[in-house]
Design a protein around this ligand. Structure first.
Ligand code: KG4
Ligand code: ZN
Length: 351
């Protein structure tokens, strides 16, 4: 919300907001989960005091001791925001004598598909090798996952990410930030109109109103490119009067969104043919888009491939739970941070 007026994340504001809110967010999460940090065996130490203070402060009745480790995002992302999280995680790890697990944000998006509710449902497993598709505001990547925590990036964007393109498009269309959800809504209105005119999946016909190019057509190329699409949209809109823009808004949103997703489906399809994965795992904020999920489901069905999406809406756009899920799998392999002092943010961290 605080970034809405800036049409994107504004770094100085992000830093301040992170610093101001981190203690509250951690305490509130513990309170809502009725969980207290630390181990019961440490009752005679300072840690017990910490537990007891929190216990009393929040009047937690079910005094549970369930936290085994602290997980933190090491990167990629905005350096100043990562710093705030890492500092807090180190402090919690020391105060509560809990090991620390460092997680790659993209790993979090992949593992968001394995999220379970308090009853352990839905229980899922990734069958390897898996093809992971990550579509977010900062990344558009195809990753081959050979086993847990073993990744090979086989395709990435050469310029803008898909979510970034949707955000920039929304700015060009004066629709605010973030762009993905509002473009989805407008596109859905256009889709409802098209539905009566043509068959449901006649993609070319639906795109006919506004034609965008099809970047990186070569079949062997798994890279993505979005900056050209954004420039085409800008030129198209610049030629329009406000009245024309108003009249064509839903159609423009649909055509642009469809051009963005056409690339994703085409590249994912190519990757399936070449790498013959056993599961398709999809994560990242743009996966919140119902139309994209429909297209991906169709692709998976065509290839007889099980497909995994994050099972709950809250696990799709950036969230802390997905970092916890990834950490669980890392913890099982005992991959803890060995030297807290040396753990530093990696804004450009790769998988
Ligand atoms: O994963 P995420 O929350 O943050 C990053 O890691 O970047 O993804 C944010 C992106 C934004 O670009 C936002 O516009 C896009 O996800 N997004 C959507 C939808 N909801 C969020 N894009 C398309 N349709 C949506 N419903
Ligand atoms: Zn993300």
């Amino acid at each position: 919300m605080i970034h809405k007026n800036y049409g994107g994340v504004f770094p100085a504001l992000a830093k301040r907001a992170h610093e101001e809110k981190i203690d509250y967010v951690v305490n509130e999460a513990l309170r809502r989960a009725s969980i207290v940090l630390g181990h019961f065996k440490n009752r005679h130490t300072q840690i017990y005091n910490l537990q007891f203070t929190i216990y009393k402060q929040f009047q937690i009745s079910n005094f549970k001791f369930q936290i085994d480790a602290i997980a933190v995002t090491q990167g990629p992302g905005l350096a100043i925001a990562l710093e705030v999280g890492i500092k807090k995680a180190k402090q919690l790890s020391v105060d509560a004598s809990l090991p620390l697990v460092a997680i790659n944000h993209l790993e979090g998006h992949i593992y968001s598909c394995l999220g379970e509710n308090s009853k352990g449902l839905p229980h899922r497993e990734i069958i390897f090798p898996a093809l992971c598709l990550i579509v977010s505001g900062g990344h558009t990547e195809l990753v081959l996952m050979h086993e847990h925590q073993t990744y090979e990036v086989i395709g990435a964007t050469l310029d803008d990410a898909c979510g970034e393109a949707l955000d920039k498009a929304a700015k060009i269309l004066k629709l605010g930030y973030p762009g993905g959800p509002v473009i989805e809504k407008l596109a859905e209105q256009a889709f409802q109109n098209f539905k009566f005119q043509i068959s449901r999946f006649d993609r070319e016909a639906r795109r006919a109103n506004f034609k965008f190019s099809t970047p990186l057509k070569e079949k062997t190329n798994l890279s993505f490119s979005y900056s050209g699409l954004k420039t085409q949209l800008l030129y198209t809109v610049e030629k329009m009067t406000d009245q024309d823009l108003g009249k064509n808004l839903t159609s423009l949103a649909f055509s642009f969104q469809d051009a963005c997703f056409e690339q994703i489906i085409r590249k994912t399809s190519q990757a399936i043919k070449v790498y013959q994965p056993k599961t398709l795992v999809c994560g990242g904020g743009v996966i919140a888009n119902k139309y994209l999920r429909r297209c991906l489901r169709r692709l998976a069905k065509k290839n007889n491939l099980p497909i995994l999406f994050p099972p709950y809406k809250n696990l799709i756009t950036d969230n802390a739970a997905m970092i916890g899920i990834a950490a669980y799998y890392k913890m099982r392999r005992k991959e803890f941070v060995k030297d807290l002092g040396k753990l530093d943010r990696e804004p450009r961290m790769e998988l």
